[in-house]
Design a protein around this ligand. Sequence first.
Ligand code: PHE
Length: 496
Amino acid sequence: MKVARGGREHWGSRVGFILAAAGSAVGLGNIWRFPYYTGVNGGAVFVMVYILCVILLGFPLMFAELSLGRRTQKNAVGAFLSVKPHSPWFLAGSLGVLAGFLILSYYSVVAGWTIGYFIESLLGVFRSFHNATEVANYFKAFSANPVKAVGYHALFIVLCMLIVIRGVKAGIERWSKILMPTLFGILVLSIIRALTLPGSFSGVKFFIFPDFSHFSLDTVFLAMGQAFYSLSLGMGCMITYGSYLSRKSNIPSNGIWIAGLDTMVAFLAGFAIFPAVFAFGLKPEGGPGLVFQTLPNIFRVMPGGVVFAPLFFLLLLIAALTSGISLLEVVTAYFVDEKGWSRKKTVLITGTIIFFMGIPSALSYGKLAKPIVFGRTPFDFVDKLTANYLLPLGSILIAVFVGYIWGRDKASREIMDGAPGFKLAPLWLFLLRYFCPVVVAQILIFGFLSEFTSPAVQAFTKILQRYFIIADIALLGVVAVWTAHFFLRKGRKFSL
Ligand code: PHE
């Protein structure tokens, strides 16, 4: 085993790291959340804005988290403490660890459904349905059944625990190297099947040709939140995975691979889902049920559906598993590094806590399907709290910390270490210091304002949105001019 500095375990190979980190990023966010957000937000327009968010916000933050992790060789909290000891900045990391607990607690509920659907589709359950209502009712009954919901939720957490307990190389990396290629294989098969269905082209059109009449400011804000969620940013996950990197690793190139693979899988998932949805004359606006209610309808009648139904849910399960283990690793690394607990003890304790925390979410489609936490079901509450608040807040804090507290010089020295040819460090810092905090702060503000339904607040939000968008466009203009200037002056010493 490769062990360095203080006995910390390291990734065994570059490919292993990329697959593990891409495994964290590629998850339910890509195959369940991204298609349903695209479906309800006008298709290609949402996809375009999303890609812009990945480039302008995702890449800079991905590089920031990986650099901070590799430099400090510490978990989410320890990384802040080692750069800035005796300051409240460690709280930014604690927020990440808290987000790890919370996200995994409800993520494993949806992941649990995929286990259930995988098993039931193997048993041929979907073939026995006669119409769409039966499929919808099946999903309702399935998700409301407390034994199934809690049981599969528990099973998913146990699977994550079994992998994380083995450690970084023998657990996370080894399994990612098996699971990720399998995921790609199944995805490609699903796309071929979808695209060869008669009438599938309208689905392709919906997904790649933008219809700007669907564009609204909400599209921009939702796409930004989705980008953080999908890239596993804003909660120290990439800090933690980066902390198992050796000094020789090339951060920009690794980061580009991770974000690139994640975006590609989201894109491919769209090609597997929308052509099939349109080929069968169904609506793309299925919302959260798109994957669990709309798709089984297709498998019910599609030639080859008996095989493709279990394959598709296996695909979802694999994607969820490689993300679930990264969430558990964020929490585990914290207790192992900071509290000196053994990995085994930590995984057993944290896994059990997360299981209990997730029970209200698991019951949110049955007994607890009531607005009991701030007007929401427990599931919805945790989903919104993490995606709309904790991840954006964490991202702002990480951008400010790396850009200002750790500082331009040290951060750019770190990113260039292992990547001496990387010419874009100044552009990276520019985006991190000026662009990300401003734009992401807006997501937070709008997330918060959209909680209020009073007409006065809504009117105020509309006005505020208009100003913010003007400010964003101005900022984008500055970024464009600055980038052009940067490339024209390439080679000269940079200062800002
Ligand atoms: N990126 C994962 C997904 O798309 C979710 C996730 C978020 C994982 C944050 C880790 C950290 O499903």
